[in-house]
Design a protein around this ligand. Structure first.
Ligand SMILES: [Zn+2]
Length: 225
């Protein structure tokens, strides 16, 4: 009887080890959101913070009766545990905006190992939980770069990946005038939805916010629905 129990335990352990080893290729892939799904809506997303300009961005959004989504890094322009950044995280949550993960150090996840991907994801999730008590439901992969390993790691955490379908190109050096011009061109095409990419780390953003079509579309943050 004892032998049988031991045998069972050994088999159970073997099965457990086998499950862990085989898991990355067996697990489900996280959903990837590339656009808004409800016609007439636009979502504005702001990456790479928390950062200095976050208060201005939030005020501009709130003044337009809108909310945005902030995809935070753990350590990119600054460390998320810095007291100023802790305040910024909680400020936008208090104002009703949505917060997602942009991973810890803004690495290209598609170049990392399974363990490294988990580390990049977990460290910022842990920070957000410690700072705000909340766990991010969405992850924006840095550079929009991901592979099946990344999707598997996100699926395990119950997360959805979110990319974008309109880039203001602020991170590529587009001037405010250029960004306004590309937004105007986009609106002329009368898109049913917009899922835009901005970065909260650029001071010119306020002007771009003024140019965004708050009056043209029902400006709600789809990711929060
Ligand atoms: Zn980024």
């Amino acid at each position: 009887m004892l032998f049988n129990k031991l045998t069972t335990l050994v088999f159970a352990l073997a099965a457990s080890v086998a499950t862990v080893a085989a898991a990355p290729s067996k697990r489900a892939l996280a959903q990837v959101i590339t656009s808004c799904t409800v016609p007439g809506t636009a979502a504005m997303t702001f990456d790479d913070g928390p950062y200095y300009y976050i208060y201005d961005i939030s005020k501009a959004l709130v003044a337009a009766n809108a909310t945005g989504t902030f995809f935070f890094n753990g350590n990119n322009y600054g460390c998320i545990y810095d007291p100023d950044n802790v305040k910024r995280v909680n400020y936008v949550l208090d104002k009703g905006h949505q917060v997602g993960s942009h991973t810890w150090a803004h690495k290209d996840l598609a170049t990392l190992t399974w363990d490294q991907i988990h580390d990049e994801m977990w460290r910022v999730e842990e920070a957000l939980m410690k700072i705000s008590g909340r766990y991010p439901a969405f992850m924006r992969p840095p550079y929009g770069s991901y592979n099946d390993l990344v999707r598997e790691a996100s699926a395990i955490r119950g997360q959805v990946l979110a990319t974008w379908d309109f880039d203001t190109e602020d991170s590529l050096g587009a001037s405010v005038a250029q960004q306004k011009s590309s937004i105007d061109a986009l609106i002329k095409k009368k898109p049913k939805t917009i899922l835009s990419l901005e970065h909260e780390t650029y001071g010119a953003l306020n002007s771009v916010l003024e140019a965004f079509p708050f009056s043209h579309v029902e400006h709600r943050d789809l990711l929060a629905l």
